[in-house]
Design a protein around this ligand. Structure first.
Ligand code: HEM
Length: 187
């Protein structure tokens, strides 16, 4: 995974739990890289898993909750760092529909070594978007957090439902996003 994913993670840990906790998890997670992440470097996703496990031990916050919080936080950073992807976008569904075939494709051009998931899309009706996440990495919780951050960003009333697929090990999940429609007054 790209270094920025790690530096942003440690910044979130520092903001939420203090710099001592951030320093401790780096020291105690037995990281092959030693934990000196730079934004331009590339590191194994297993280092992220180790740090999240350690952070959960230290804080008592469950691992899925930490990954979701991190996804939500990172979405806000994407908005600042990659503003061009947000131009000419009409809303949540429009933006999310562009991840697999546009945004992550551009990300791959910028960083050929990036490890990206795959999304398949279904559009059962105009209020519903289904995104099927599949990855070699167990980051469905992280994906859910990114989706939560995205919904919050566009400020639409959208619920996110998740169904784990395969062995429910976090590598495959189906997300169903339903946009609340304006209530029509019944006479
Ligand atoms: C402006 C928007 C976005 C940008 C610039 C972006 C970019 C990236 C980058 C740089 C990575 C790391 C690749 C690596 O470390 O090797 C990544 C991974 C990932 N992205 Fe996106 N992304 C965006 C939006 C989203 C959204 C909205 C989702 C929603 C689910 C998403 C799902 C993921 C997931 C789950 C990963 C982790 C890798 C994996 O699960 O296999 N991304 N993305």
């Amino acid at each position: 995974m790209k270094g920025m994913v790690f530096t942003e993670f440690l910044e979130m840990v520092e903001d939420s739990f203090g710099w001592e906790v951030a320093e401790d998890i780096v020291e105690e997670s037995d990281l092959p890289s030693g934990g000196a992440y730079t934004a331009v470097g590339t590191y194994s996703h297993t280092e992220m898993v180790s740090m999240v496990v350690k952070l959960s031990e230290k804080t008592g916050v469950a691992i899925p909750d930490l990954l979701k919080a991190y996804g939500k936080h990172l979405f806000g950073r994407f908005n600042s760092l990659y503003g061009s992807f947000f131009e000419n976008v009409s809303g949540t569904f429009d933006f999310l529909s562009s991840i697999d075939q546009y945004i992550h494709v551009e990300v791959r051009k910028l960083y050929p070594e990036a490890e990206l998931p795959k999304f398949d899309y279904e559009y059962p009706n105009e209020h519903t978007l289904v995104m099927i996440y599949s990855s070699k990495r167990p980051f469905a919780d992280f994906a859910e957090g990114l989706l939560m951050g995205c919904v919050e960003h566009f400020g639409e009333k959208i619920t996110i439902d998740r169904e784990d697929l395969n062995a429910a090990d976090g590598t495959d999940a189906k997300f169903t996003l339903v946009r609340e429609t304006e209530a029509v007054a019944a006479d």
